[in-house]
Design a protein around this ligand. Structure first.
Ligand SMILES: Nc1nc2c(c(=O)[nH]1)N[C@H]1C(S)=C(S)[C@@H](COP(=O)(O)O)O[C@H]1N2
Ligand SMILES: [Mo]
Length: 234
């Protein structure tokens, strides 16, 4: 790759723009692919270093929050997991002292707070929603999680998986959201809970979580395995 092209990439030109400029499909080029992969890893490290654990995502007023929130997954809403609250258990593993599984009723009895924040999806849409739930930090304290560990990972009922750094897990706006627009979280939006992280892109907000674990090994992410950045702050 020429110095000129590398400069373009570093200034944030998209692969599509680069293809238009050069008239060839650079994404077919192995050297470009491996360069972009390294660029992406570097970008994750820089983002992690720049991200302040205390910086708050913007919040909005009640009137700005939508009632009918948009649905997203790689399958249609009719295919979303239909978890039975009678059978559901949140399983805990890894560096957590009390690994007792949690029922929906036990989760709902946790202290809750409300946030009105913007959800931003990499597919090019965003929406302001009102979510209510328990700060993940409160839950991690409650179960005796080792918060000196580096990551918290999640596995979901639809086979999705995600993970976040501990700083994000302890961020005051990172919620285990049990409600959307004042209603119990609808099935397609992640019943019994989704992780709501307004400092992260939409895909780092896993729905229908069935397992939570604390680890020092960076958890894999569903969309990260398909080429998106692991850090993906918004
Ligand atoms: N389990 C699970 N969580 C998920 C997804 C998914 O497909 N499965 N999609 C992610 C993406 S890309 C987005 S934009 C949001 C969509 O959440 P919503 O349906 O409540 O809008 O969920 C995120 N969490
Ligand atoms: Mo998304």
């Amino acid at each position: 790759m020429t110095t000129e092209r590398r400069g373009l990439l570093q200034r944030g030109f998209s692969l599509g723009a680069l293809t238009m400029l050069t008239g060839c499909d650079v994404s077919d080029n192995d050297a470009v692919q491996s360069f972009l992969a390294r660029f992406s890893e570097w970008n994750d490290r820089v983002q992690a270093a720049l991200f302040s654990g205390q910086r708050l995502a913007p919040t909005f007023s009640e009137t700005q929050a939508v009632k009918n929130f948009r649905y997203n997954a790689w399958y249609g809403p009719d295919k979303a997991p239909n978890l039975d609250p009678a059978d559901y258990r949140l399983l805990l593993s890894g560096k957590i002292a009390d690994k007792k599984p949690w029922t929906v009723d036990e989760l709902h009895a946790l202290p809750q707070q409300t946030q009105i924040t913007r959800h931003i999806c990499v597919e090019g849409w965003s929406m302001i929603g009102k979510w209510t739930g328990t700060p993940l930090r409160t839950f991690l304290d409650r179960v005796g999680a080792d918060t000196t560990a580096r990551y918290v990972g999640f596995e979901c009922a639809d086979g999705y998986y995600e993970g976040i750094d501990m700083q994000t897990a302890l961020h005051p706006q990172t919620l285990m959201a049990f409600k959307l627009a004042d209603e119990i979280l609808p099935r397609q939006h992640g019943f019994p809970f989704k992780l709501r992280i307004p400092t992260k892109l939409g895909f780092k907000n896993p729905k229908f979580i069935t397992t939570m674990y604390v680890t020092n090994k960076q958890p894999r992410g569903y969309w990260t395995d398909r080429g998106y950045n692991w850090f993906s702050g918004s």
